[in-house]
Design a protein around this ligand. Structure first.
Ligand SMILES: CC(C)(COP(=O)(O)OP(=O)(O)OC[C@H]1O[C@@H](n2cnc3c(N)ncnc32)[C@H](O)[C@@H]1OP(=O)(O)O)[C@@H](O)C(=O)NCCC(=O)NCCS
Length: 173
């Protein structure tokens, strides 16, 4: 099947939610598990907009909660594809908070997630090529190759000897 290449802007997702009491811990901060759930959904939407078929979450890279998002603040998740491979897609997520009364905006955290497109038999299927346009999209596209190798080595799916770009970090010749 012929698939036209797409740009990151074609599948870019911005998702906002108000942080309600049921979303928070006893300190009045958004709970990490609730945030991960919303990030997973935003990234799944972005990757499905790219491949136009069902996807599953294959992996979530390091997730550090830098700044908590407070009860009553607005949570915004931006999800953007950085690169597509054969059947998988890497999505960059940027999470920010905003106090709507004072208009104070702050960064909360960032993460990369990988999604795999599935065919009707729930087997991985090919995805369209992603063509970066801006300088930052091009930089993220380049870095995606190295991040892919790290996550595949750590999950036991790739031998360090096979990691072209990162081989030197893991293997002594
Ligand atoms: C993700 C999954 C489809 C991969 O299936 P698989 O049989 O290992 O398939 P393959 O080895 O052919 O890999 C398919 C793609 O997944 C990627 N992949 C597999 N494991 C991965 C991991 N841990 N991290 C990142 N990518 C991964 C491969 O690199 C490959 O990408 P490519 O085709 O672009 O090179 C399968 O492991 C799965 O269904 N996992 C459960 C997903 C799930 O339930 N998620 C949570 C709920 S949505």
């Amino acid at each position: 099947m012929l698939m036209n290449p797409k740009h990151p802007k074609d599948s870019f997702v911005v998702m906002s939610e108000l942080v309600l009491p049921n979303d928070t811990n006893t300190l009045g901060n958004l709970m990490g598990g609730r945030l991960m759930h919303l990030m997973d959904i935003a990234a799944a939407i972005a990757s499905q907009k790219h491949c136009n078929c069902p996807v599953v979450t294959a992996s979530v890279d390091n997730l550090s909660f830098t700044n908590p998002i407070k009860l009553g603040n607005l949570l915004t998740i931006e999800a953007k594809l950085t690169r597509s491979f054969k059947t998988s897609m890497e999505v960059y997520l940027k999470v920010s908070g905003e106090d709507l009364y004072t208009q104070y905006k702050y960064m909360s955290n960032e993460a990369y997630m990988t999604f795999v497109a599935l065919d009707p038999h729930e087997r991985p299927r090919k995805v369209p090529e992603l063509i970066p346009e801006t300088d930052s999209e091009k930089a993220m596209y380049e870095g995606a190759l190295r991040r892919r190798q790290v996550r595949l080595i750590l999950s036991g799916k790739m031998k360090p000897e096979e990691a072209g770009e990162l081989r030197a970090l893991f293997v002594k010749d």
